[in-house]
Design a protein around this ligand. Structure first.
Ligand code: DHB
Ligand code: MG
Length: 224
């Protein structure tokens, strides 16, 4: 049988206490999510650390993020790339971006992060038009119906070897409902189908439980 949601949260807390200490800047970034348009949508601490580790394992020194909110995952990724690295994070709402910039300052990484305000697909298009250097790691965590569009943008801004992670691909199990009227579920299903058809991409998905409930990541490696 499965453990209870409470036990999952306890195990998450144990892992975080043991392996993933948050400093004051990360705690502030997490808490200040309450001042954004989507409180508590940030990744769990152990998932933030997973993103940082994947970024480092991929050897990425340039990161592109879709969806900043208060900048919690942004801080993890900015620290992962180090002082010579760069993170571009795309955020729809100016108010959220202002909260994120405060958190990036407090974390000591503001100099290596650009938060670009506006619809992420438009901002990404501008990055392509401007001939921006390719990114080695992309985290897609913005509005879910746009996931297919964000994947296409990510592919225009990465090279073979690049790694792309998409958040919230389980949604309490709703992802298996092919006839779901929820545009967020369809955004996940469509992007997964697109990934499966794209011969340049190798991917899997992992389910996560714990402090953020039942959800998951898709992890993609671009091979060609
Ligand atoms: C939602 C979005 C997220 O990115 C997340 O991590 C959790 C929830 C949402 O759309 O509800
Ligand atoms: Mg998310």
């Amino acid at each position: 049988m499965y453990a209870s949601a409470e036990a999952w949260r306890e195990v998450d807390a144990y892992f975080v206490d043991t392996l993933v200490p948050e400093d004051g800047a990360l705690v502030s970034a997490r808490r200040s999510g309450a001042r954004t348009t989507m409180p508590q949508a940030e990744v769990a601490p152990n998932q933030g650390k997973l993103l940082a580790l994947l970024c480092q394992i991929a050897g990425a020194d340039r990161v592109l993020e879709f969806g900043t909110l208060a900048g919690y995952s942004t801080v993890w990724l900015a620290r992962a790339v180090g002082a010579k690295g760069h993170v571009t994070s795309l955020e729809l709402e100016e108010g959220n971006a202002a909260v994120a910039r405060e958190n990036l300052e407090r974390a000591g990484v503001a100099d290596r992060v650009d938060v670009i305000v506006g619809p992420a697909a438009e901002s990404a298009r501008r990055l392509v038009e401007d001939g921006t250097q390719p990114y080695g790691f992309v985290f897609i965590d913005a509005d879910k119906p746009s996931n297919p569009e964000y994947l296409r943008a990510a592919l225009a801004l990465t090279r073979p070897g690049g790694v792309i992670v998409i958040d919230n691909v389980v949604r309490d199990g709703a992802v298996t409902d092919a006839s779901s009227p929820d545009g967020r579920v369809q955004g996940v299903r469509t992007v997964l189908a697109d990934i499966s058809r794209d011969e340049r991409l190798e991917a899997t998905a992992i389910q996560t439980v714990g402090s953020k409930g039942w959800d998951g990541f898709t992890i993609i490696r671009r091979t060609g």
